[in-house]
Structure formats: C-alpha cells, structure tokens
Ligand binder design. Structure first.
Ligand code: SF4
Length: 456
C-alpha cells in the first residue's frame, strides 16, 4: 500500500480540495503517512493568493523535497501550479509533477480528464521527470472525502467566480462559477455525518459552506438558479442554507459578496441560529471600490449591518480589506478608519495590495508605495484589534453554547473555525459536545469559559 503526505496551504477552499484528493487516495487503498519522511507520495497543495503565500508555497515544496525518503514522488498542485506551472517546472527540478486542479498527480496528460483522478496512484510510479500537466477544467468538487477530524467541516458548494474584481486573478485560473447541484452538496453533508457517527471520530456538528462567491451559489445553474437571476423565485443559497441547517447543529457561510446579501439570505442565516456574517467588503470608499470593480460603499454597508443588528443584536460580522490598492488616497484611508469605528465589526482581516499579473489593477496608475500600504494596514489593524477586544469583553458574564473542537478548546457561534479567536474550555469536556458555559474571561480575541451546564 502506498502512503501519502498531503500538505495544504492557503484558504479553506484549498483545504476542501485536499480533503477530496485525500478521499480519493484512501478509497483506492492508500493510507496517510505519519510524516513526510515515510511517505511514498508527497503532495503540496499550494496557494498563490499574494507574494507571501507564493513564497510560503515554494519554501514548503523545498522543505518537503529535502524530507522525503529516496524514491518518494513529489507533486505540486493547487493555485500556484495552475498559474505558474511552467515556471515552477523550470525552477524546481526536485518536483516530479506540477499539476493543475483535478489532474494533480496523474502521470499521463493523455488520461481522459474525467478519469484523471483515477490515475492518482500512477504518480507513485511516475518517472522522476518534472513536467507540467495543464488543467482541462476537471473539478475536485464531486470526489469523495474522508471523515472530518473535527466536529466541523468545510463544504465547497461551487468553484470559480463570475466577477471581475480588479485585484483578483482567481477567475483567470479557477474559471467561471460552476455550482454543484444542491442534492450533491447535501449528499456530501449526509456522508460526512454518517462517517462521523462511527467509532473514534467526533460527531459532525457544524458545516461551513464555502465558495469564491458563496452568495451567488446556484445562479449559474438552470432551473431555480437561472430563474433567480431576475430576483424571482427562491434564492438557491438561502434554500441550500436551510437544507444544510436541517442536518447539522450549526451552518456557517463564508465569503458573502455584499450586494448578494438579500433579505431572504439574511433570514435564512438568522434561522440557522448561527448569526455570523462574513461580508467580503475590501474597502468602503465608493470611488476606490469602483476602481476595484466592486459594488457598494461604506454607508450602504453600515446600513446593512445596522439592519441585521436590529433583527439580531448578537449578530457577528467579519470582513476583509485591502490596503494600498492603486489610487487609494489619504481620504479613502480615513474613510476606512471611520467605517471601522462606526461598524464595530467583530473580526476583520487586512491585506496589503498585491499586484497580480494579468489583473485589471496591475496596470492602473497611482500605485501606492509598499511602505505606505503597510503603514495603513498597521493603523487599521491596531484600530480593529481594540474593537475586537472590546466586543469580546462585552461577552463577559454571558452564557454561550460552546462547541468543543479539541480538548480544552471550543467556539461559540461567534467564531468561525481557523479564522477567528477561540474559547478556552475545561479540558475534560468531550470533543464534539455542545456545552452551555459562562464566559469568565477574555484575552484579546480569545475567551475563557467555565461552569458547564447542559451538554448535547
Ligand atoms: S468575488 Fe472574490 S473570487 Fe470573485 S473576482 Fe472578486 S475577489 Fe476574486
């Protein structure tokens, strides 16, 4: 039996791809290696989001190249392989295969695309000649996946994106949005649940739905999705959210484009009992958002947030912002700082603009010096850290239901896994249990909870 080591970098969407690759290997009788040094096949699922992510990906490949045993194959897949396959092949002779999505690990580019994943094990016997295999549009979306190791799991509901945000290269290599059929998504949730009911693993309590543009899920499909283009008929993402919520205790949605956050979707999210809104805002200055080829402005965003808070005072908001986009002025930056103060978001991530080859923004005048972008980023980060800490302090003394993710660590509905802060809980609580606890302390983004009540 072959043994694999799969290293995943980047965002939750990449983690789902890795789960699918892993599920495919396991279904074919392969097993995980305890460490890269004892693997027959080492796979790096890379990220190409910004320069830092690309550097981390390359460093990981080089590190694992040095750790693998003699004869083990090294495969590079994911966004970096998709975007820079030829360059990687030339620069990294240590790598046996550089392969785009879905074809990751196939030995022969001539393998018909839909059979490509079936050739995964072939990589074990591939000649040690680095090569690049181009994608032909095969997605990993429908492959099986292993049982979740935690009481929560990401589920990817669509691949690609129909938008044209000025800074983003994703549509150029992930392609147009392709939504999965709802029944396939639900079957995956059911399978994850069934697998979690076996011995050993924790029960599946939470499903985190992800996609590049999650709120637009289903709009590319015929039937209800197409009907919804004219804003008639039920919203596919709202329907899917309700259906998933009928299967697990918690349903969480990540990456919502603000213009697609309809009243129906807000209602569906609030009905799940997880009032968590991850709004992809990127900035608040209207002229700058227009240069980003994105919708909205700070006033609209604030109104939406206030509306939701009027319906659910405990609603949690997360967003991410780009600092130093070409043309960003001091006034734009001040508007963002004012917005942060007014919006009192629970969580926010800030990223320096990264000029991506082939994007609209790469050719724009008014490039902002990197040091200035970092200074603005620091300013926003400091302002938001104080806001986040204050919002966390605001929960002191309150009771919350905590999902125990790992011994001594859990989350309320206010924290998304792997992204936000955590809740420290008594170490004896069973992983996968939902426990009513009192928040007795706060340390920056993290909470401390004690005094168990009911469990589920
Ligand atoms: S919505 Fe997201 S994935 Fe799509 S183009 Fe914009 S930033 Fe990129």
């Amino acid at each position: 039996m072959g043994r694999y080591w799969l290293q995943t970098l980047g965002c939750p969407k990449n983690q789902v791809d890795s789960d699918k690759l892993e599920g495919h290997l396991v279904a074919r009788g392969y097993g995980p290696a305890p460490d890269p040094g004892s693997a027959d096949l080492v796979v790096v699922n890379t990220c190409a989001f910004i320069d830092a992510a690309r550097e981390e990906s390359i460093e990981t490949v080089l590190r694992l190249a040095g750790h693998r045993p003699p004869g083990a194959r090294l495969v590079v897949t994911g966004c970096l392989a998709e975007r820079y396959g030829e360059e990687l092949r030339a620069a990294l002779p240590e790598v046996d295969l550089v392969a785009g999505f879905g074809h990751a690990l196939t030995e022969d580019a001539a393998v018909p695309s839909l059979d490509a994943p079936a050739a995964v094990p072939v990589a074990l016997g591939a000649p040690r000649v680095a090569r690049t295999i181009a994608t032909s549009g095969f997605d990993l979306l429908e492959l099986p996946r292993p049982a979740a190791r935690a009481p929560w799991a990401y589920v990817k509901v669509a691949e690609g994106c129909d938008r044209t945000c000025g800074f983003c290269a994703i549509p150029s290599f992930r392609g147009k949005q392709r939504s999965r059929e709802a029944r396939h998504v639900l079957a995956e949730v059911d399978a994850l649940r069934a697998a979690s009911e076996g011995p050993g693993g924790p029960p599946l309590r939470e499903v985190v739905l992800v996609a590049q543009d999650l709120a637009s899920y289903g709009r590319d499909r015929s039937g209800s999705g197409r009907a919804h283009r004219g804003s008639r008929g039920p919203s596919p993402i709202a329907e899917l959210t309700r259906a998933v919520a009928g299967r697990v205790d918690r349903t969480r949605l990540l990456y919502l484009y603000p213009s697609r956050l309809t009243g129906e979707l807000v209602d569906a999210i609030l009905e799940t009992g997880v009032p968590y809104f991850d709004l992809s805002l990127q900035h608040v200055s209207r002229p700058l958002l227009a240069r980003m080829r994105r919708w909205g402005d700070g006033d609209r965003f604030l109104r939406r947030i206030e509306d939701i808070r009027s319906m659910e005072p405990n609603a949690t908001f997360r967003s991410s912002f780009i600092l130093g986009y070409p043309g960003e002025t001091e006034r734009d930056h001040d508007l963002l700082l004012q917005f942060l103060e007014a919006a009192q978001l629970d969580w926010a991530g800030f990223f320096p603009f990264s000029s991506e080859e082939g994007t609209h923004a790469a050719g724009l005048p008014g490039q902002v010096p990197a040091e200035l972008a970092l200074e603005r980023l620091r300013e926003c980060g400091e302002a938001q850290d104080a806001i986040t800490a204050a919002r966390r302090d605001g929960m002191l003394g309150e009771r919350r239901t905590v999902l125990v993710d790992a011994p001594g660590r859990g989350r309320t509905v206010h924290e998304a896994p792997e992204i936000d802060g955590v809740v420290r809980v008594p170490g004896h609580l069973a992983v996968g249990s939902l426990v009513d606890l009192c928040i007795i302390g706060a340390e920056g983004p993290d909470l401390i909870a004690a005094g168990g009540g009911g469990t589920a």
